[in-house]
Design a protein around this ligand. Structure first.
Ligand code: NAD
Ligand code: TDX
Length: 337
């Protein structure tokens, strides 16, 4: 199988490439990545001689046309992915997430190439803390942020290209991922690297917002299950029953570092901050037989902490820029509630 992986130098895409080459030795992988601030070629160092790496933009129609003409499958991870950045500068999100997806869809349509679209549970908006319902494939779209609205837009393009042009596409909407190679702007790596540096973790607002955590390898195995056995035109939700509030995650990290459970700061809340995400992945489990392999979040988190301890050279150069950006976005410490 010849696979084009967009965004393969990012967090989930790089883990997908590593897993694919480890578990599917026959796969020929081409990565297309524009190496934004979020892309890091070093994540692919261990497989550099086994992949074709193309440094380019998914919105470049000619380049995408040429690359897609030479593969059987496209797995589309590339995106602007950080909510906070989408609030300070939404334009790159429209350009990459919407126009970039359009560019890929036109090419897979032209060459009748199988297409899998990676999306997020954030397209469904948020849930109340006590809502017994979770997101399913039929939950109406209701995105809150510039990021999630551009992801929702791209999902709708995929649905339209499937119905109107017969593009052989599937979509997956996954919950929050954790694991190695995640950029230090994101919640878990930011707090781990703060703790390595002896800085207190920083919780937005009251710390009660809930995220539904899944290990990145479980996400990527689900993507392969969909590529292997998924129904064309179908959306699959990916989640591993990992709901936790942000404060609980910070307290697990504090315990991992041998620090007191109240040794953190509350900081300015995110504008429009979604309260809770929760995924019902029954369809994926029953139809495709997928099950998560990481059952204990605490163990997965400890392994992730260990990875950041052992790979400081991978993240150190980006840490200062990230903290500078948060300060420039107006983040400040709040009085303890
Ligand atoms: P990331 O920000 O770590 O990586 C994104 C990658 O895309 C980077 O390597 C970047 O250089 C590349 N990229 C950005 N713009 C590009 C462009 N115009 N052309 C080519 N490459 C470009 O993101 P991630 O966390 O790995 O997320 C990957 C995908 O998964 C995204 O589509 C995201 O919406 C989705 N997703 C993420 C999560 C999560 O928890 N991180 C959860 C659900 C879905
Ligand atoms: O310093 C922080 N303190 C904090 O309390 C940061 C960076 C975040 N948070 C909170 C905000 C969220 O409630 O932690 C939670 C997780 O934040 P992020 O890591 O920014 O993730 P989130 O906004 O939930 O979105 C993530 O999951 C869905 C990914 O970034 C998206 O790409 C994906 O679609």
């Amino acid at each position: 199988m010849r696979v084009l992986v967009t965004g393969g130098a990012g967090f989930i895409g790089a883990n997908f490439v590593l897993q694919t080459l480890a578990e599917r030795p026959d796969a020929q992988v081409t990565v297309l990545d524009s190496l934004t601030y979020a892309g890091n070629r070093e994540s692919l160092d261990s497989v550099a001689d086994r992949i074709d790496f193309v440094h380019g933009d998914i919105a470049d129609l000619d380049l995408v046309d040429e690359l897609v003409s030479g593969v059987d499958t496209v797995v589309h991870f590339a995106a602007e992915s950080h909510n906070d950045n989408s609030l300070s500068d939404p334009w790159p999100f429209v350009q990459t997430n919407v126009i970039g997806t359009f560019s890929l869809l036109q090419a897979v349509r032209r060459y009748d190439v199988r297409y899998h679209h990676i999306s997020t549970d954030e397209v469904y908006g948020d849930l109340e803390l006590d809502d017994p319902e979770r997101f399913t494939e039929s939950t109406p779209y209701n995105p809150s942020s510039p990021y999630s609205s551009t992801k929702a837009s791209s999902d709708l393009l995929v649905r339209a290209w499937t119905r109107s042009f017969g593009v052989r596409a599937t979509i997956s909407n996954c919950s929050n991922n954790y694991g190695p190679f995640q950029h230090v702007e994101k919640f878990i790596p930011r707090q781990i690297t703060n703790l390595i540096d002896g800085v207190r973790p920083r919780l937005y607002g009251s710390g009660t917002n809930v995220r539904d955590w899944i290990h990145v390898d479980d996400h990527n195995r689900a993507v392969w299950a969909i590529l292997d056995r998924g129904r064309i035109g179908q959306t699959y939700l990916i989640g591993a029953d990992g709901e936790l509030d942000n404060r609980a995650v910070v307290q697990m990290l504090l315990a991992e570092f041998g620090r007191e459970s109240d040794d953190f700061d509350f900081v300015t809340d995110r504008a429009g901050h979604d309260l809770r995400y929760a995924i019902d992945s029954t369809l994926l489990r029953t139809e495709l037989g997928w099950e998560p392999q990481f059952h204990d979040f605490r163990d997965g988190l400890a392994a992730t902490v260990q990875w950041y301890r052992e790979n400081e050279s991978w993240w150190r150069r980006r840490k200062e820029a990230v903290e500078h950006a948060y300060a420039a976005q107006g983040e400040r410490t709040l009085p303890q509630p």
